[in-house]
Design a protein around this ligand. Structure first.
Ligand code: GRF
Length: 192
């Protein structure tokens, strides 16, 4: 049986995108990279893996609904059944949410509900907590509020700099996200 197809949405360097692509037994085919930042490092990464890219600029559309309608059309053309957000820096709107109900998943670099939103690693570091983490969750209309699928704690060591903490969090992300993606797809298959 052929693998289900997925799109990855990313706006940045794409280290999570790369970790997904490097998983040798990935249960889906990454059929499309969607990026809203022309020039983002993830675009070259996608090209190096032969993954088709869709780069758009939100400012060229009237509003979120208009660019999300365009995205839904392109995602359907690519036959994507899943959307995996990996550093996509836009809030997903109702057009995409309705078209991909319970099929949009995000990775966030904190142990939610702690430190939602931007710069979660910096937020945790500055707050002086002794642990933070990584969360994979479904997307809903809020910011990092959707149902949690998997979480891993990451300790903040006394000698940590923000950069060291970021590196350890990223290592956890790169291991966790591809695993959870596979689990979700296997689970969906067994549900028929
Ligand atoms: C990751 O920390 C992810 O958790 C967050 O955005 C960051 C993306 O990093 N949502 P990268 O582009 O995958 O390196």
């Amino acid at each position: 049986m052929s693998k289900p197809k997925a799109a990855v949405f990313a706006s940045g360097t794409g280290s999570n995108f790369q970790a997904i692509m490097e998983k040798s037994d990935l249960a889906c085919e990454v059929a499309l990279l969607v990026c809203d930042q022309p020039g983002a490092g993830v675009i070259e990464k996608a090209k190096s893996y032969g993954v088709p890219t869709l780069v758009f600029q939100a400012k060229e559309y009237r509003d979120k609904r208009e660019y999300e309608e365009m995205l839904v059309t392109k995602l359907k053309e690519a036959e994507a059944a899943w959307i995996f957000l990996a550093g996509y820096m836009r809030i997903v709107g109702e057009t995409l949410l309705h078209a991909f109900d319970k099929r949009i998943v995000n990775i966030h670099p904190s142990y939610l509900p702690g430190f939602p939103g931007k710069d979660a690693i910096g937020q945790a570091y500055r707050a002086g907590v002794n642990k933070t983490g990584v969360t994979v969750h479904y997307i809903d209309e809020g910011i990092d509020t959707g149902p949690i699928i998997a979480q891993v704690e990451v300790a903040v060591e006394p000698e940590d700099t923000e950069d060291l903490l970021k590196k350890r969090i990223q290592q956890v992300e790169h291991r966790l996200y591809p695993q959870v993606i596979n689990q979700l797809i296997e689970q969906t298959k067994s549900e028929g």
